[in-house]
Design a protein. Structure first.
Length: 379
């Protein structure tokens, strides 16, 4: 029963339905739940005036310490960090070049990227005026293909690390070795690669020159923030192109309280016991497996790996013996119910999953009941 103390009323009051997000940290379904400590810190920070450049510098030092990078910056989401990566590599800190963006005529403006790494967010590189040069095909890439792509116009090599993306691209360390031999930086999108917490330092350690992570998602900071870290000269160039400066990144503003929120969340995230966190996700996923294990034609198990399911998740696979509603019918019915429930659907076409990151309180009981209703509904 909802009431005046029900937080969901703030959304219901304007006609917006609260949902159960079993998809994970997807921004479309609300991202993740902001930490209470972060909300408290942001509320305090909102009442005090500071000089933003100084705040950015100090926040950057904390990011650098946590990530093992030389420097850091709080960007406007991971996507905003991608724009700044490209701007830094193309224009550097030169005001004439910075003010020219996104017009990159006469500048080094090519960013090499595996064709198997092409995805909707690589548009962020093009926002800064980059021209993407694809290498390899959708299945694989040979070192000679990457080597042949470098020209006098090459500004950077982009590398995507993300669940459910082809793992047949060249290894990051090899890409860095090839790029660095030509004096070219490697910029990494690792927005969705936390946890494990070891990834905060892993990619910098493998040679990446700039890496960006989401400040929301599993970090559970403000959803509109990102963690940008890397070599000092490149991060300084990103900062020069970013707000509060009046260049390309001015529209990607991050408020002072959001910067404090991100730093607070990142510090907490780094210090949390990952084993305890993983155990909680394992228990939620096991409850779902136990509730669905006897559904005919359905194979249910927990998946947890370093590539696709970074936290333990309950994965439902529809076998050849399945004769119930189709996968897409179940997705649609769950999303159209009350409350709407959104399931993880990025795996194989015959799979659905529950990622437990945002499952709290009564969500699990409702989720299991609704899943059984839809899975056992006659087709």
């Amino acid at each position: 029963m909802t009431g005046i103390h029900d937080p969901s009323e703030i959304y219901r009051a304007i006609g917006v339905r609260p949902i159960i997000n079993a998809f994970g940290s997807n921004t479309r379904y609300g991202g993740s739940r902001l930490r209470s400590e972060v909300m408290e810190a942001m509320n305090k920070a909102a009442t005090v005036m500071v000089e933003i450049d100084e705040l950015n510098r100090q926040a950057g030092k904390i990011i650098a310490e946590i990530t093992g990078a030389e420097a850091g910056f709080v960007s406007s989401g991971a996507s905003g960090g991608l724009v700044l990566q490209a701007a830094a590599c193309i224009a550097g800190c030169a005001p004439a070049k910075m003010s020219q963006l996104p017009d990159t005529d006469g500048l080094k403006n090519e960013i090499i990227i595996h064709n198997s790494h092409r995805f909707p967010y690589d548009q962020a590189y093009r926002v800064a005026g980059a021209k993407l040069v694809g290498v390899g095909d959708g299945r694989q890439c040979f070192p000679w293909q990457l080597e042949a792509a470098f020209t006098e116009h090459t500004a950077a090599v982009a590398y995507l690390l993300s669940p459910f993306v082809s793992r047949r691209a060249l290894p990051l360390e090899q890409v860095c070795e090839i790029a660095h031999s030509r004096g070219t930086p490697v910029i990494v999108d690792a927005a969705s690669m936390l946890p494990p917490r070891s990834n905060l330092r892993k990619f910098i350690g493998q040679g990446a020159d700039m890496v960006v992570y989401s400040g929301g998602k599993a970090v559970r900071g403000p959803q509109g923030t990102g963690v940008l870290c890397g070599r000092t000269e490149l991060v300084e160039a990103a900062v020069a192109n970013a707000s509060p400066q009046q260049f390309l990144g001015r529209s990607m503003k991050v408020a002072k309280e959001e910067i404090i929120g991100l730093i607070t969340a990142l510090q907490i995230f780094e210090q949390e016991d990952e084993k305890i966190e993983t155990s909680r996700y394992q228990q939620i996923s096991q409850s779902i497996v136990d509730a669905l294990i006897e559904v005919p034609g359905l194979k249910v198990k927990i998946r947890h790996d370093e590539y696709d399911y970074l936290i333990p998740s309950a994965v439902m696979k529809f076998t050849n013996e399945w004769n119930g509603p189709s996968r897409n019918q179940i997705l649609e019915q769950m999303a159209n119910g009350d409350p709407p429930i959104f399931l993880h659907s990025l795996g194989d076409l015959d799979e659905l999953a529950v990622e437990p990151l945002n499952i709290e309180g009564d969500d699990l009981e409702i989720l299991i009941r609704r899943l059984r209703e839809e899975l056992l509904r006659p087709s």
